[in-house]
Design a protein around this ligand. Structure first.
Ligand code: ZN
Ligand code: ZN
Length: 196
């Protein structure tokens, strides 16, 4: 591997291979990731720095594929956390130094509507026009880190296993989130699965 594997052109090619095409989201996501990595001092995210990096992304769209491709972080490794906020933003955390930055795309509504027409512009637009970047602190807990699950609990209502301390403890009972809320993405739970 050559030194400059983090140049924009190479990263765009890799993101294209992963995503299937180079859309506006891929261009923006690639640049956003390069900016974030540089700001936290990560130069070799898929090589020697690969265990020092965690990324939070705030959309489940194209840009996330680019960020995954550039950083090598992905959900199954727990190095990428996907928050479905619908925002083209991501936070990059250097686990070794503790430095963390959040990068958000400053796209106004007009630009969002013309996204495809402008995709070549996005590659050439100055960084400060496209993104804003802030230092942040992310309270990472042991149960958020890569590695084996630190804890597996069993929901007292549905009997299903819950990993990584994602359970709710209410009145001394262990509940999975759906049972504690009585509702899920696949609908309202039956009364016997609703903890009261
Ligand atoms: Zn796309
Ligand atoms: Zn449950």
């Amino acid at each position: 591997m050559e030194e400059n594997h983090l140049d924009l052109k190479t990263c765009l090619e890799e993101a294209k291979a992963f995503h299937g095409d180079v859309c506006a989201g891929i261009v923006l996501g690639t640049r956003l990731a390069l900016l974030g990595l540089e700001a936290i001092g990560i130069g070799d995210p898929k090589g020697k720095d690969r265990k020092d990096l965690i990324v939070y992304v705030e959309t489940d769209r194209c840009a996330t594929d680019a960020i995954l491709s550039v950083t090598g972080c992905h959900p199954g490794k727990r190095s990428m956390k996907i928050l479905d906020y619908g925002k083209m933003a991501a936070t990059f955390i250097n686990l070794e130094s503790g430095k963390a930055v959040r990068v958000v795309t400053r796209m106004n509504k007009k630009k969002a509507g013309e996204v495809d027409a402008q995709k070549t512009d996005f590659a050439g637009t100055p960084e400060e026009e496209l993104f804003s970047i802030t230092n942040v602190e992310v309270p990472l807990r042991p149960e958020d880190m890569p590695g084996k699950p630190l804890q597996i609990s069993v929901c007292s209502v549905c009997g299903e296993q819950v990993m990584d301390k994602r359970e709710i403890v209410r009145d001394g009972r262990i509940l999975c989130k759906p049972c504690s809320e009585g509702t899920t993405y696949y609908g309202t739970l039956s009364p016997e699965r609703t903890a009261t």
